[in-house]
Design a protein around this ligand. Sequence first.
Ligand code: FES
Length: 195
Amino acid sequence: MAIMNQTEPPVHAAWDDYVHIGPGTLGGRYMRTFWHPVYRAQDLQPGRAAPIQVLGERVTLYRGESGRPYLIAFRCAHRGSQLSVGWIEGDDLHCRYHGWAYGGNGQCVLQPGEDEDYASKIRVPAYPAEEHLGLIFVYLGEGEPPELRRFPDFDRPGVLEAPTSIERFMVRDDLSSNAKRKILCDNVKTLYGMK
Ligand code: FES
């Protein structure tokens, strides 16, 4: 049985390479310390999978029948079939080729035709994925991810008004004209990065 090695080849990170964001690059390591919004939640219905590319890596985004989003490797560990063309049962993604199934943590949980305990030895890369504000965010860094920043104001029903700093200044009648002028100048300078 052929098992695919999905480990990325080593990349030599040049200290002056600020352009590339693939695994192992300087910029890539930095960008992997953040959560990234990668998909509109409404476009990924329960039981569906999508092939996507994030920070130079091809991966499989899918939503389990429970509604939870997951991000795992692009290819099956068996013969490298593209996992996004597989099917979903419960929260497991089944490979279309020989039916191996993976949980959202990348652990192989089913291998029709193999010894029963062999599945426990197979795992593909998997990454944290969370839904917030109608978007699916993923984290491709190593170790425990930082907490995904929440914006509770946007979660509430209704319309949120966010006036600009200049509009806020306009409604403050208690300031003298000189103070208003100074705040306005400061705001404009901040806006355009002037000193
Ligand atoms: S390629 Fe064989 S189960 Fe995926």
